[in-house]
Design a protein around this ligand. Structure first.
Ligand code: KIV
Length: 262
C-alpha cells in the first residue's frame, strides 16, 4: 500500500473515488489504515462520538492534540488530518497558526478548519507556512448555534451560490481539498465540477471526489441518531453489548475464568 500525501490525494481527482473516515484513537486508526482508508480525519466530531457532548463545540485543543498524536502513531499510509476545534482558530490568526503548528508537531499531515471566504486569510497564511489546509463549507457544525440546529445548507438558489462562492474562495486561498457537508446532491456535483481541488462530501451526494463517514456511523457504534445519508457497514454496538453482557453473565455464573486456566 502506498503512503498518501496531499499531492497523491489531489492527483486522485477524476481517477479514483476515495472513501475516507474519522478516527480518534490508535486502535481504530490502525484498523482503518490497514484496511486502506486513504485519509483519516481526527474530527472534532469526537466531541459527540467519544466525549458524549451534544455538539462539537466543547472539544479542546489538548483533546485534539492527544487524539491526533494517537492516530498518527498508529497510521502508516493514510493521510492524517487534524480537525481544528472551535475556538482554536477563531481567536486571532497568530494563535490559530500556533495551534495548527501544534497539530503538525504531534504528527498530523494537514489540518481542517470550517468556513469559506471568512477564513481565507488564515488558509493563505497557513498554506504559505507549509501547513496543508483541508477546508470545510456547506453545513459547518461549529456554527450550530447560528443555524439553530444541524441543518442542510445551500437549499435556495442564493444559498447554493454562497456555498459555491465559499468553495471557490478556499480553493483560491490555497486549500488542498474541501469538505462539503450536508448540501443538496446537485450542488455537491456542481462544486465538484467547478473546482480543481478534490471535494470530500458528507451528505453531499455521490459525485464528490471523495467521501467522509464518521467512524461511529460507518461501524454501527453510534447508538443515537444516525443521519439519513449514512450507510452502516457493521453493527459493532450490538456485538460489543452482547460481549459485555456475556462476560458479566459468565463471571456471575462462575464460567469465567475457568478453573483449568492460569
Ligand atoms: O468532525 C468531523 O467528523 C467532520 C466530518 C463530518 C467531516 O468534520
Amino acid at each position: 500500500m502506498k503512503k498518501w500525501t496531499v499531492s497523491t490525494f489531489q492527483a486522485a481527482k477524476g481517477h479514483e473515488k476515495l472513501g475516507c473516515c474519522t478516527a480518534y484513537d490508535a486502535c481504530f486508526a490502525r484498523l482503518a489504515d490497514e484496511a486502506g482508508v486513504p485519509c483519516i480525519l481526527v474530527g472534532d466530531s469526537m466531541g459527540m462520538t467519544m466525549l458524549g457532548y451534544e455538539t462539537t463545540l466543547p472539544v479542546k485543543m489538548e483533546e485534539t492534540l492527544s487524539a491526533t498524536a494517537a492516530v498518527a502513531r498508529a497510521v502508516k499510509n493514510a493521510l492524517v488530518v487534524a480537525d481544528m476545534p472551535f475556538g482554536s482558530y477563531q481567536c486571532g490568526d497568530d494563535a490559530a497558526m500556533a495551534n495548527a503548528v501544534a497539530c503538525l508537531k504531534v504528527g498530523a499531515d494537514a489540518i481542517k478548519l470550517e468556513g469559506g471566504a471568512r477564513v481565507c486569510g488564515l488558509i493563505r497564511r497557513m498554506t504559505e507556512a507549509g501547513i496543508p489546509v483541508l477546508a470545510h463549507v456547506g453545513m459547518t457544525p461549529q456554527s450550530v448555534n447560528a443555524y439553530g440546529g444541524f441543518k442542510k445548507q445551500g437549499k435556495t438558489r442564493e444559498a447554493a451560490a454562497q456555498v459555491l462562492a465559499d468553495a471557490e474562495a478556499v480553493e483560491a486561498a490555497g486549500a488542498f481539498a474541501v469538505t462539503l457537508e450536508c448540501v443538496p446532491n446537485d450542488l455537491g456535483a456542481q462544486i465538484t465540477a467547478a473546482l480543481k481541488i478534490p471535494t470530500v462530501g458528507i451528505g453531499a451526494g455521490p459525485v464528490c471526489d471523495a467521501q467522509w463517514l464518521v467512524m461511529h456511523d460507518l461501524l454501527g457504534l453510534n447508538t443515537g441518531h444516525v443521519p439519513s445519508f449514512v450507510k452502516q457497514y457493521a453493527h459493532l454496538a450490538d456485538s460489543a453489548r452482547a460481549a459485555f453482557a456475556q462476560y458479566v453473565a459468565e463471571v456471575a455464573s462462575g464460567t469465567f475464568p475457568p478453573a483449568d486456566k492460569t
